[in-house]
Design a protein around this ligand. Structure first.
Ligand SMILES: [Zn+2]
Length: 479
């Protein structure tokens, strides 16, 4: 197939070229109107006036994740479909660490990964996994090489969620060293678990129940301090770390401080931390914005934009973990009524609001209009942050994140002039709200290819459950 006359946007360049796709791969890029293009007798797609980016790579999703007695409302099919409509063709999901059977005294990576592979059998785009490291012992340390062989080269640790997910600093330091020896990458959720526990207990005792208190009990200082602590441990362990969902401006300051001193630390932010703040939590429907870490201030939004523009932050993921706002009222999804308990569970207690929000479809279209078109980041930075850099860091480059001969033909053809009033009706995320309800967008993904197969054509869904491949990842690069 020949895609002709498009403008290609990559992490480094913007240029005119024709693309030849053979099977699942990009075979060749040709100068526009080359002899080969003129004499082409096969299938042709004329993309004049459009632009093409590599398929988005979302390094941070939580599909079908049990939480607070319910489950995130997108599974590994509906979430993948939503991703595709937003131009994302690769997602990376976090595997909770499980025990092989009730009462077993030892958690197992292999068992946990097998469970998640079963859930993800209905994948509709390509996907990889990160492993949650929420316990630490010698047996798990010994399983690191087996995890590498499964194509999982990343482990996530938490400095919050005491008694559930958190590891001690000592254990994190050991895990960093072990991972570093093997070329694996530790990812870190940075907040101060001890302070959060104290503040939550105090707030509940004082009768505070509203969503705003979710943010007030998880102060930005804890995120800032934990980010520097994690960067310092990475430097001392001589092992890289990737800080997930930077939300506070001070975290960007700490990232910059550490990187300027040669610490092997990288950072990710998410659209919600660029566009929203604590004021949104004070709205009547504030529970829609409850996620961890919480929304911060407008100054934090501005500092994070600056860090993206300056190249201090390496990626933009989503932390997609949607819940219904009102899970008692069904929505129609693919012709069927469905309702999944959601934010209403915390109507009378902010600590019971499921933590998380939708975003896997929104990321690229919203960032295109309000990042690139608004002049905050360049089109090439947009591709780097949302596709190329995550592919490099997570060991998928140049198969993913690139428009190069030999890369997977994961392409997004954008209709640059298309005007969309974005809302829940445009969203294929399986939830009853859209954080960007009513936002005008200019430029939207029109056609999306996954390994050479057209899976989204305007509003038509041509993909299907089972089309997505599990990606065995290699150790990645430290950017
Ligand atoms: Zn997350």
């Amino acid at each position: 197939m020949l895609i002709k006359s498009a403008t290609l946007i990559t992490a480094s360049d913007t240029f005119r070229a024709d693309i030849i796709i053979e099977g699942e791969k990009i075979l060749e890029l040709l100068a526009p109107e080359s002899e080969v293009s003129r004499l082409w007798t096969g299938e042709v797609l004329d993309a004049a006036g459009k632009f093409i980016t590599p398929g988005g790579v979302d390094p941070h999703t939580h599909f079908d994740l049990p939480m607070f007695g319910t489950v995130s409302s997108d599974d590994h099919y509906t979430g993948h479909k939503a991703a595709a409509f937003g131009g994302t063709t690769t997602v990376m999901d976090f595997v909770p660490l499980e025990f092989p059977k009730p009462g077993a005294n030892r958690a197992s990576f292999a068992h946990s990964v097998n469970l998640w592979r079963e859930k993800a059998a209905k994948a509709a785009v390509d996907y990889g996994f990160h492993m949650n490291l929420t316990r630490w012992d010698d047996a798990l340390a010994a399983e690191f090489p087996a995890l590498l062989e499964m194509g999982i080269t990343t482990l996530k640790v938490f400095t919050a969620y005491n008694g559930r997910l958190r590891l001690s600093d000592g254990d994190i330091f050991e895990a960093l060293r072990r991972a570093g020896e093997l070329g694996m990458l530790v990812m870190a959720h940075c907040e101060n678990g001890d302070v959060i526990e104290a503040l939550i207990a105090e707030a509940l005792a004082a009768g505070h129940t509203s969503p705003e208190w979710h943010a007030r009990t998880r102060p930005a200082w804890g995120a800032v301090e934990a980010t520097l602590r994690m960067a310092a441990m990475a430097a001392q362990a001589n092992a890289p770390v990737y800080i997930v969902h930077l939300n506070a401006g001070g975290e960007a300051d700490m990232l910059t401080y550490a990187r300027q001193r040669g610490a092997p630390v990288m950072g990710e932010t998410c659209p919600q931390y660029l566009f929203f703040n604590e004021d949104d939590l004070r709205r009547a429907d504030g529970a829609k914005w409850v996620c961890s870490p919480p929304m911060r201030s407008a100054q934090d939004n501005a500092r994070l934009w600056q860090a993206l523009a300056d190249g201090e932050i390496q990626t933009i993921g989503t932390d997609h973990c949607p819940f219904f706002f009102d899970g008692t009222q069904p929505i129609t999804y693919e012709g069927k009524k469905i309702a999944i308990p959601g934010k209403e569970l915390g109507k009378n207690d902010f600590t019971k609001i499921p933590n998380g929000l939708p975003g896997v479809q929104d990321r690229l279209p919203v960032l295109w209009t309000y990042g690139v078109r608004a002049g905050k980041i360049s089109a090439n930075q947009f591709v780097a942050l949302t596709s190329t850099n995550p592919a490099k860091i997570f060991g998928l480059y140049p198969r993913k994140g690139a428009l190069l001969p030999g890369s997977d033909a994961d392409l997004v053809i954008w209709e640059a002039a298309q005007q969309v009033t974005y809302d829940v009706a445009h969203s294929h995320q399986r939830t009853d709200y859209n954080l960007y309800e009513g936002w005008p967008l200019t430029g939207y993904p029109e056609k999306v290819f996954l390994r050479g197969k057209l899976i989204v054509d305007g509003e038509r869904w041509l993909g299907k459950a089972g089309d997505g491949q599990f990606l065995r990842r290699a150790p990645g690069e430290v950017l």
